[in-house]
Design a protein around this ligand. Structure first.
Ligand code: BTN
Length: 328
């Protein structure tokens, strides 16, 4: 690990060439030290062009996470949050799950996750400046049993955020994928600690694709999109994170008061498959066909099947549109 890697990347974030000599002078180190820092960046999957006589350059300009910009985008509720920005971490969820006595409303955002986790044991692919990855700790008086609708509630906060930033075509796919035109834009992974009857702590992890290289998008095993594709204007990731934290504060407070039921109508409005025919893939490999009718107060999906109205819980099934090929 080189301590210089991220300070150098911050300079390269402008997308321009910076000579090894200028970088060495700036940080009062040798050119070999700069070269080592660049090599370390490459081990993190960061592409850096190195051209003799010109220096080093990122393929394109990127936004860096900036605590002050995030806090100012949160607005009044900024006092609620303890915001930490890490350069490099395996997974922001894992990091927070492993910390002891983390304060309520601690948010850890990372420039790079090296082992990002998705739902159902999948990997979450992200890249420097190309993805927003963060986790938020929220403590509840109730137990984990009462939090079954929480991941759907978080989806509502994401949808409100996207709408406030001009992305109106996003939809939710039960339980909590964010889709645009059937392609995944963002995902939510919630991990819980505590007793079934409380109190409990949720680590709410969110990944949003910002501006992913085409080759990376194509290598993901499900249809995927990013904000730069679906938005007609550039969205700064600090503004995105701050706006989302503001909406999370509102949504999570409502959830604490009323449970998921206080957000259900809004959630259903956003659901891509409401009243639509779907295929449900069960863990034993079998498939059930049905029509989505609603979600219950606890976030369970209610589907009309040949056996009548059936209830499906999130860990249990994978939901697909009838006729859809690849899974989203
Ligand atoms: C999904 O599979 O849809 C959930 C993806 C969740 C990814 C985020 S990125 C930040 C946080 N840290 C992780 O390791 N995963 C979540």
């Amino acid at each position: 690990m080189s301590n210089l890697t991220f300070p150098i990347l911050q300079l390269l974030a402008d997308g321009q060439f910076h000579s090894g000599e200028a970088l060495a002078q700036q940080f009062k180190v040798t050119r070999a030290t700069v070269w080592n820092a660049i090599k370390h960046a490459e081990t993190l999957g960061i592409t850096i062009f190195s051209v003799r006589g010109r220096g080093y350059k990122l393929p394109q300009a990127i936004d860096f996470l900036d605590k002050n910009l995030v806090l100012s985008a949160i607005g009044e509720q900024r006092k609620w949050f303890n915001l930490i920005i890490l350069d490099e971490v395996a997974s922001t969820n894992t990091y927070l799950m492993q910390q002891k006595n983390v304060a309520h409303a601690t948010c850890v955002a990372a420039h790079i996750q090296t082992k990002g986790k998705g739902r159902r044991g999948r990997t979450w692919v992200s890249q420097l400046g190309a993805s927003l990855t963060f986790s938020l700790v929220w403590r509840f008086q109730c137990g984990a049993a009462a939090l079954s609708g929480l991941s759907l509630a978080v989806g509502v906060a994401l949808m409100r955020t996207l709408a406030s930033l001009g992305i109106n075509q996003a939809q939710l796919k039960w339980p909590n994928d964010i889709l645009v035109e059937g392609k995944k834009l963002a995902g939510i992974l919630i991990e819980l600690q505590g007793d079934l009857d409380g109190p409990s702590t949720a680590v709410i992890g969110v990944g949003i694709n910002l501006n992913m290289p085409k080759t990376v998008i194509e290598a993901i095993d499900q249809p995927t999109t990013d904000l730069s594709t679906v938005s007609d204007h550039t969205i700064n990731q600090n503004v995105l994170l701050g706006t989302l934290l503001k909406h999370l504060a509102e949504v999570l407070s409502r959830f604490e008061q009323f449970g998921f039921v206080g957000l259900r109508d809004e959630w259903v409005n956003y659901h891509a498959y409401h009243q639509q025919p779907v295929r449900m893939l069960l863990p034993n490999g079998t498939e059930v066909l049905g029509v989505v009718k609603n979600v219950a107060d606890d976030g369970i999906l209610l589907v009309e099947t040949s056996l009548g109205l059936q209830r499906f819980s999130a860990g249990e099934i994978s939901l697909r549109a009838v006729n859809a090929g690849a899974s989203v």
